[in-house]
Write a protein that binds this ligand. Structure first.
Ligand SMILES: [Fe+2]
Length: 209
């Protein structure tokens, strides 16, 4: 499709995001299944549910223009998914695999954040302010998910560092003969918050341009 106007570019971005969301909906359950940490599994599953809402918001925007939803292969996200699968297929300890999964999921979030930021900007320039607000809702949720994954990664790194310190620390003279139980830190619970509603933004009646 030629990009003859900003509207064309806007639609192209939305179509790219439509396919990106579909890929993410297919991929996140696979990553969640491979993850060991409960908090990570839950965060990935929750974001999978949120991604369905993101798709519905894109549907709403196309409908608002009086158009059918469009999708075009999102090559960028396909590459990130391919890298994620490559890493899942490599032999790794549970902790390292979780760290790799977090890295892959954050790459997906950053792709989406960049693309939704562009789409929101185009919507504003086209004076489609309701659509811009709708895209902002999704953008905020993507941002919260990225922060959540970042928190999980930091908690895991701290736990790993503690484990290594425990492993290489010189043995302490035990005060009693009771065996010392070294508790391994767990990732902080990091809920992906927000109501699972398509949107608080109400789109005005369809006015095709
Ligand atoms: Fe999304």
């Amino acid at each position: 499709m030629p990009l003859a106007s900003l509207k064309d570019l806007y639609f192209d971005e939305l179509a790219d995001l439509y396919d990106a969301e579909m890929q993410i909906i297919r991929t996140l359950p696979r990553l969640a299944e491979a993850a060991r940490a409960r908090e990570l599994r839950e965060a990935l599953k929750k974001h999978g549910d949120q991604s369905r809402l993101h798709l519905e918001r894109l549907d709403l925007i196309f409908t608002h223009w009086g158009e059918r939803p469009r999708s075009r292969p999102c090559v960028g996200l396909a590459g990130i998914v391919q890298e994620a699968d490559n890493r899942l297929n490599q032999e790794a300890t549970d902790d390292v695999r979780d760290a790799a999964i977090i890295g892959s999921a954050r790459r997906m979030e950053h792709y989406e954040i960049a693309a939704y930021s562009c789409a929101r900007g185009y919507a504003r320039q086209l004076n489609r302010l309701d659509e811009a607000r709708l895209l902002q809702e999704t953008l905020s949720e993507e941002g919260r998910t990225d922060h959540c994954l970042s928190d999980l990664a930091e908690a895991q790194i701290k736990a790993d560092a503690q484990s290594e310190a425990d492993l290489y620390a010189p043995p302490l003279v035990a005060a009693s003969s009771e065996p010392e139980i070294v508790s391994r830190g767990t990732a902080t619970a990091c809920a992906v918050t927000g109501d699972l509603e398509v949107s608080a933004v109400k789109l005005s009646p369809v006015i095709p341009r």
